[in-house]
Design a protein around this ligand. Sequence first.
Ligand code: PGA
Length: 223
Amino acid sequence: MKKIFLNWKQNGDFTKIANFKNNVNKQDGVVLFVPHPYLTFASSIKYDTGSQNVSAFLNGAFTGEVGASMLKNCKVKYCLVGHSERRKFFNETNQELSSKIKILKSNSIIPVLCIGETLLERKNGTFLNKLKKQMEIYESGVLVAYEPVWSIGTGLVPTHDEIAEISKFLNINYSIQVLYGGSVSSKNAKSILSIKNISGLLIGGASLKYEEVNKILDENSRN
Ligand code: PGA
């Protein structure tokens, strides 16, 4: 079964997570990326969990930050690193993201490095260079999610061939398979899951709707 990563972003609460458990079909490979206050609850009702972010520091006087050892304590298995919203709104740099990857790995949490080009970079043909730059901090033990910035939350999805080009490029250059994220829905999940070297989906908006998630899980089990 391919991985289905559900990124709730800054949404949800205890009730929504409990309802989710009651309404969404069970499937191996599903991981809930809920906000930090809900991680322990989600894992207590038997979900594999992922964090949306981690501090670049071990621990200490960094008010408001959540460290990797704390996530490990909450049974978190995965952590997003460099989601485009964090790169954009919190100016995350490769150097900082590289520290996060190392700290996560030393706490046995699998980093999920998010990479992706902007619409301008897609249009002017510099997108592969952009991905190469973002991949400079890649190391073994890291999962990679290809999420074109112009596709996130917009309803615009790259074509089958465009995604296949990127997954092939990453497979040839780094010997990896990748997750795809960006406006995934029950309408396009089947086609994206069928692409070579796509190991799963990272889903934002649609992950908040039970019916959508169930349909996507059905496509995954049929794939
Ligand atoms: P989206 O978000 O599915 O709403 O486009 C994906 C993501 O941000 O990971």
